[in-house]
Design a binder for this molecule. Structure first.
Ligand SMILES: Nc1ncnc2c1ncn2[C@@H]1O[C@H](COP(=O)(O)OP(=O)(O)OP(=O)(O)O)[C@@H](O)[C@H]1O
Ligand SMILES: [Mg+2]
Length: 244
């Protein structure tokens, strides 16, 4: 059964720009879907629709059995099922790493904060940042901040993660440490939709790669097939112009 599914989803922004045009795709539990494609093709819009940050005009999105657009659905529930990490880490600068991680657990009624704290420490340990719990974001490198942002998304036991170009603002030599964390999560069976322009990463982490252009998913295939022989002329051109 799929954990996330989009069926004939279309979305036009108020300025008239059609960002998603009849998109259908589903992601099974434990699967990693990478989304690639040129700037402006609708990748971020697609991710934002999945956790209800962006309403759609038509079509249906199901997350863990919930219809995201339904009035009966609480977006809070959808967002606790799917954590999201963006290109900018947006940690609160005045809070320590630990306090950033405890923000979400603290607003849950009756949450066990001791348990949340030990989960935070275990997750920090896992991403190699155990000693940074009391640091402030400005004392961390970009890669460290992004690893904290991933831990923050994991704090509420999400069933899936949506990652939007999480290495795009990092120096090339730091990209690796963040991608390694994601590869580890994939190995552990975390369901993910990963928007990236790191083709090596898409190849390493994805079960399937979706190539988007102008609001459409043009083709979708396992990475070894897609990168060896993209079937659409548009994807071939996209790959040809990349610098490896
Ligand atoms: N809030 C908005 N209002 C109007 N148009 C928007 C809005 N957000 C995005 N768009 C437009 O919708 C299209 C898709 O944008 P989106 O951010 O999803 O692209 P993207 O594939 O993530 O691009 P990039 O690779 O540059 O991040 C673009 O043409 C963009 O200009
Ligand atoms: Mg984007």
């Amino acid at each position: 059964m799929s954990l996330i599914s989009l069926e004939h989803v279309s979305k036009t922004y108020p300025n008239g720009h059609k960002a998603l045009d009849d998109v259908s795709v589903s992601v099974a539990a434990g699967e990693v879907l990478a989304i690639i494609g040129p700037s402006g093709c609708g990748k971020s819009t697609l991710l934002r629709t999945v956790n209800g940050l962006e309403p759609v005009d038509s079509g249906q999105i199901l997350v863990n059995g919930r219809d995201v657009a339904s009035k009966q659905t609480k977006l809070k529930d959808v967002r606790s099922d799917v954590g999201m990490v963006f290109q900018s880490y947006d940690l609160f600068p005045h809070l320590t790493v630990m306090d950033n991680l405890l923000l979400a657990p603290k607003v849950v009624k009756g949450a066990d904060l001791a348990e949340a704290r030990s989960r935070a420490l275990a997750l920090l340990e896992r991403v190699g940042l155990a000693e940074k719990a009391d640091a402030r974001p400005r004392e961390l490198s970009g890669g460290q901040k992004q690893r904290v942002a991933i831990v923050r998304a994991l704090m509420m036991h999400p069933k899936a993660l949506l990652l939007d170009e999480i290495t795009a603002s990092l120096d090339p030599e730091i990209v690796r440490e963040v991608l390694d964390v994601v590869v580890g999560l994939a190995r552990d069976g975390m369901t993910m939709i990963v928007v990236t322009h790191e083709m090596g990463f898409a190849r390493a982490v994805a079960d399937r790669v979706a190539f988007m252009d102008a609001g459409h998913i043009v083709e979708i295939a396992p990475p070894e097939e897609f990168f060896a022989a993209p079937t659409s002329e548009r994807a071939q051109r996209f790959l040809d112009q990349l610098v490896f």
